[in-house]
Design a protein around this ligand. Structure first.
Ligand code: 5GP
Ligand code: ZN
Length: 105
């Protein structure tokens, strides 16, 4: 899994945050001036595989978004989580997209 390799440091990424459970890094194909991903270190395939044991982790992912967005200079932003191929998911290791700052130049 590509995101497990980024978590492990085997593939480089422009990281902006790390704690015991989460990392955040800039998307390699940004869809906005600021576009980063908040990713749990644990491999979880989709939001559909989450259950009550993931409540705290999912809450931490969402609550990290405004903190990192502010650090990136954003006043407002959009969060997106794709679920399954039908929902636009390409990497099957859950991640929250955070986008803002207007369209890519
Ligand atoms: P998904 O469509 O699964 O929600 O989004 C996957 C995202 O991961 C895409 O926006 C894609 O550009 C990004 N991505 C895929 N591979 C890499 C990578 O190796 N490094 C980084 N930084 N982003 C990646
Ligand atoms: Zn993974």
């Amino acid at each position: 899994c590509i995101f497990c390799k980024i978590v492990a440091g085997d593939i480089p990424a422009k990281r902006l945050y790390e704690d015991d459970a989460l990392i955040a890094f800039h998307d390699i194909r940004p869809q906005a001036k600021v576009h980063f991903l908040i990713v749990p270190k644990a491999h979880i395939e989709t939001l559909k595989t989450c259950n009550d044991s993931h409540t705290e982790l999912l809450g931490r992912m969402l609550l990290l978004a405004p903190k990192l967005a502010a650090e990136q200079g954003l006043f407002g932003f959009k969060t997106v989580m794709h679920v399954e191929r039908e929902g636009g998911q390409e990497v099957f290791h859950i991640h929250l997209h955070v986008l803002g700052g207007g369209p890519v130049a």
